[in-house]
Write a protein that binds this ligand. Structure first.
Ligand code: SIN
Length: 314
């Protein structure tokens, strides 16, 4: 007999993990999100007979992820986590914006139980897909005693949702947590923890109350050789609420962009910086420099600034 809190609620949102190609050996030309949550679990024999509750929330290629889907996902997860019989939840997702959804949930969803995101680099129709093993690991992690927080089960490792970044466009070992490293290793179905499960770090922004279409508009601008400030001026004229400048190195910003950022700030637009480097983020502060969110990638910093702007509205 299943113990009381053994149900795992599994939501599918699309991605390569649910992708199918016309030809089995085609690893790049496939439809992301073609399969439903039921089809995904049916492809993993080890999940047969497990107490799973599946639903298909979206069939997105995650490059098209949007704020409305995030809000819906967060609400659905909240209601399932509140049920005593639910041990944890699993979210299947595309890899391309996994670091963004993981950050959003990490900062906005109280997760005293595991909220496990998973994905795949190869479509379900591949001769050797990576999705089924990742899904199995994710379901097991959702039932792991003591586990909590927003976690990512991928490639035999467990990552903290607030630390994830995608490093590679097509290899199987596509993720990292920068200098923080993995949270745990999956060893033959057993989780060998390297660090504590992530502590809650909830943002105070009233995310549950944002009407559709009312999210602050925050754009990312990259600093590079020969940069001009015109893109920033154009965005300000177009009514942007906030800007993240993906700076070089430790968040340094081309002089022309810095000058444009000063004009944006004077016009009431919030401006922060991040680093376009793959790891390290931005450390330290310099007089007069733009603020930053430490190790957050530019895409994560965009969400963080959106949340800050939402909090300032109240
Ligand atoms: C996606 O992000 O939806 C497509 C790519 C992937 O899942 O690897």
């Amino acid at each position: 007999m299943q113990s009381e809190s053994r149900v795992v609620a599994l939501v599918a949102t699309g991605g390569t993990i649910a992708g199918t190609a016309a030809r089995g050996d085609d690893l790049v030309g496939y439809d992301a999100g073609a399969l439903s949550a039921e089809q995904l679990t049916a492809a993993v024999p080890a999940l047969a007979g497990e107490a799973l509750e599946t639903w298909t929330l979206a069939r997105l290629d995650s490059c098209d992820m949007d704020h409305a889907t995030w809000a819906l996902l967060r609400r659905e997860l909240q209601s399932r986590l509140a049920r005593p019989e639910v041990a944890g939840v699993v979210v299947t997702h595309g890899t391309d914006t996994l670091e963004e959804t993981a950050w959003f949930l990490h900062r906005t969803l109280a997760a005293p139980k595991p909220v496990v995101l998973t994905a795949a680099m190869r479509p379900a129709s591949a001769p050797s897909p990576d999705g089924p093993q990742n899904l199995l690991d994710a379901v097991r992690l959702a039932r792991e005693p003591g586990a909590r927080g927003v976690l990512v089960a991928f490639g035999g490792k467990v990552w903290a949702g607030g630390e994830l970044r995608k490093l590679h466009g097509w290899q199987l070992d596509a993720f990292s947590a920068g200098d923080a490293g993995a949270l745990a290793l999956v060893e033959d179905g057993v989780f060998r923890r390297l660090r504590d499960w992530p502590a809650p770090e909830l943002h105070r922004a009233p995310v549950g109350e944002v009407p559709p279409g009312a999210w602050p508009r925050v754009e990312i601008v990259t600093s590079h050789a020969g940069a001009s400030g015109r893109i920033v001026d154009g965005l300000v004229a177009d009514g942007v609420d906030g800007l993240v400048i993906a700076g070089t190195g430790n968040g340094t910003v081309h002089t022309a962009l810095r000058e444009a950022a000063a004009r944006a700030l004077a016009a009431g637009v919030a401006v922060v910086r991040a680093s376009r480097c793959l790891a390290g983020g931005v450390v330290g502060t310099t007089d007069g420099a733009l603020p930053h969110y430490g190790a957050a990638t530019p895409a994560q910093a965009r969400i963080e600034l959106m949340l800050d702007l939402l909090a300032r509205r109240t």
